[in-house]
Design a protein around this ligand. Structure first.
Ligand SMILES: [Zn+2]
Length: 215
């Protein structure tokens, strides 16, 4: 998730292998993986820890406050966050298989997303939620979160369900960003036509690799 401040796989289809030292990158809207409902993670290994560290690096580089696995083309239930957006400052979180319960209250605030640079909009969300998840060491997390962190966590958890923040914007507000979305769709489509982005078939094969390994 990106907030206005104040606020791959090297897959060889022939050999079907995923490189352990793969470099993740943020995929842009409307990449199909952003609409995938990610699967729960059954095991954590060195590669997954390494990918979580890369996600944090990518998040800080892009001046974000949260980044979900779907956004780096991983169909797995993990996201990283730091509401301060600054490495070494604030609270850095890596959350696996998050579940959100007991939504309370309602508050509207501005959101943006690292998958849609320069697109911002007002989103209404519960004010506080109970967060249940696991950290990278397998320790359970169970706490009530509110304020800005609650917004970040809800935005990132949505990504794992294939939900984008603008899906939750009211129709009137969404209309204001429609042109920007359309432009991103056109750019993506032309990249696909030139073959610089994999076909749906190739992408599905990549996602299957991750399911087999971790889900
Ligand atoms: Zn986002």
């Amino acid at each position: 998730m990106k907030i206005l401040r104040s606020m791959f796989s090297l897959l060889s289809l022939g050999f079907v292998t995923i490189r352990f030292d793969m470099q993740l990158s943020i995929i842009p809207y409307p990449h199909p993986t952003l609409r995938v409902r990610s699967k729960p993670i059954r095991r954590v290994d060195k590669e997954l820890r390494n990918m979580a560290a890369q996600m944090l690096d990518l998040m800080y580089e892009a001046e974000g406050v949260g980044l979900a696995a779907n956004q780096v083309n991983l169909p797995l239930r993990i996201f990283v966050a730091n509401p301060s957006g600054e490495k070494g400052d604030g609270e850095e979180l890596v959350l696996i298989n998050p579940e959100l319960e007991m939504p309370k209250g309602s508050v509207t605030g501005q959101e943006g997303c690292l998958s849609l640079p320069a697109v911002f909009g007002q989103v209404k969300r519960p004010k506080s939620i109970r967060l249940k998840a696991f950290d990278l060491k397998g320790n359970p997390v169970d706490r009530i979160v509110d304020g800005f962190l609650a917004r970040v966590i809800q935005h990132e958890k949505d990504h794992l369900d294939g939900v984008m923040f603008f899906d939750r914007m009211i129709e009137e507000a969404k209309r204001e960003i429609d042109d920007q979305l359309h432009e991103l769709e056109t750019v993506f489509e032309s990249k696909r036509n030139t073959g610089s982005i994999a076909s749906d078939e190739e992408l599905l094969a990549e996602l299957d690799q991750w399911y087999e390994k971790y889900a």
